[in-house]
Design a protein around this ligand. Structure first.
Ligand SMILES: Cc1ncc(COP(=O)(O)O)c(C=O)c1O
Length: 375
């Protein structure tokens, strides 16, 4: 049996008619950019995460660009982030001319470790130049925002949250991620928990002035029509994406319930197999199960190949930590400097957890994993 990791057509099957109608409505309306669908989605998403403002943008990467630009991040500034994630947060900071510093992760949660951040602040001469700490809520588990903010607050450092994988994630205080720092950045890439029919993203904030800056920066830096107050670009979320996201927002709670069921069933079935299972936060914190990632250990690639031979697709997030990527080769950290990130990159494996996965497909994954582990 073939079990794909992602199957978006199956994901969309129960809402296909609503999606077709939403797209048709936009086509017929003649309004394609900055229209009523965008305004409606921004209001709905702001309410969903509990933020005062949500600004729809063209991707999660652009959400990060606009959030850092809104804080005037540039040459001379230091941005501290995690080495164990997708390229965007570090890539964006570096593209804006900031110096990127990677601080190691907590090996249980895979998120930026506040203790490691504390040690770095205490010993590194660049600590005074830190403008932004940029934690990522990896795989749908909140980073330790309380621990991070206890370090940034007395230093006047801004926290920008990368919540690209964090739709549905609650932090320790029970609030949705993205609203704890000055700005939160979301991605609506199609495979995300809330994914569009193409690229999309959002910046959320409670700060009126920052919201106005982000709105201006996403549309050529305009403050009003054809008055360009700052160096913005074209980073807008279009009407078709906003319309599709409004439909998908209605299905989000159901999809989340299925992800939660899959995760709980995997937790039960895989206990005792010697795997490192995902960290379980204490309620009201909530894991959104964007990915279900197990720590297999040094045998990871062999196990992955065994699953593949049975038709089961898995994914390695992320095989190369960012400080070892070619583009960051000259920036300071090398092999051995961030051991928890480096080990995670070698040992972890993401199992299929899409909402369209059936219980019997999930059982097939578990059985194949047992066989591969010889258990
Ligand atoms: C942690 C993280 N940050 C940023 C992004 C960038 O989002 P996008 O693909 O929408 O640009 C992604 C994912 O794709 C991500 O996983």
């Amino acid at each position: 049996m073939k079990i794909p990791f992602v199957d978006l057509a199956r994901e969309h099957a129960p809402m296909k008619d609503a999606l077709h109608a939403a797209v048709r409505e936009v086509v017929d309306s003649g309004r394609y950019i900055m229209g009523p669908k965008l305004a409606a989605f921004e209001a709905a998403f702001a309410e969903h995460v509990g933020a005062k403002h949500a600004i729809g943008v063209s991707s999660g990467t652009d959400a990060l660009v606009l959030a850092l630009l809104a804080r005037d991040v540039g040459p001379g500034d230091v941005v501290v982030t995690t080495p164990y994630t997708f390229f965007s947060p570090a890539g964006v900071a570096a593209r804006l001319g900031a110096e990127v510093v990677f601080v190691d992760i907590d090996p249980r949660t895979y998120n930026l470790d506040p203790d490691a951040l504390d040690r770095w602040f205490a010993r590194d001469a660049r600590a005074d130049r830190v403008r932004v700490v940029l934690p990522v809520h990896l795989f749908g588990l909140a980073a330790d925002l309380e621990g991070i903010r206890a370090l940034t607050r007395p230093r006047g450092v801004t926290v920008v949250e990368d919540a690209a994988q964090g739709v549905g994630t609650y932090a320790g205080d029970g609030r949705h991620v993205g609203v704890h720092g000055k700005l939160g950045c979301f991605s609506f890439f199609p495979t995300k928990n809330l994914g569009g029919l193409g690229d999309g993203g959002a910046v959320v904030t409670d700060d009126d002035a920052l919201a106005a800056r982000v709105r201006s920066l996403r549309s050529y830096g305009m403050s009003e029509r054809l008055v360009h107050e700052r160096l913005g670009g074209n980073h807008r979320l279009d009407e078709i994406q906003a319309a599709a996201l409004l439909v998908k927002l209605d299905y989000l709670a159901d999809k989340q319930r299925v992800r939660d069921l899959h995760a709980a069933a995997y937790d039960d079935a895989l206990a005792g197999l010697g795997l490192g299972l995902p960290a379980r936060p204490t309620p009201p914190a909530r894991h959104a199960h964007h990915q279900y990632v197990v720590r297999v250990g040094p045998e990871r690639d062999r196990v992955r190949a065994a699953l593949a031979s049975e038709g089961i697709e898995t994914v390695v997030y992320y095989p190369t930590p960012l400080h070892l990527q070619p583009v960051f080769a000259s920036h300071g950290s090398g092999a051995g400097d961030l051991p928890h990130a480096e080990r995670a990159a070698l040992e972890t494996l993401a199992l299929p957890i899409r909402p369209s996965l059936t219980p019997s497909e999930r059982d097939t994954v578990v059985d194949a994993l047992r066989r591969a582990l010889g258990k």
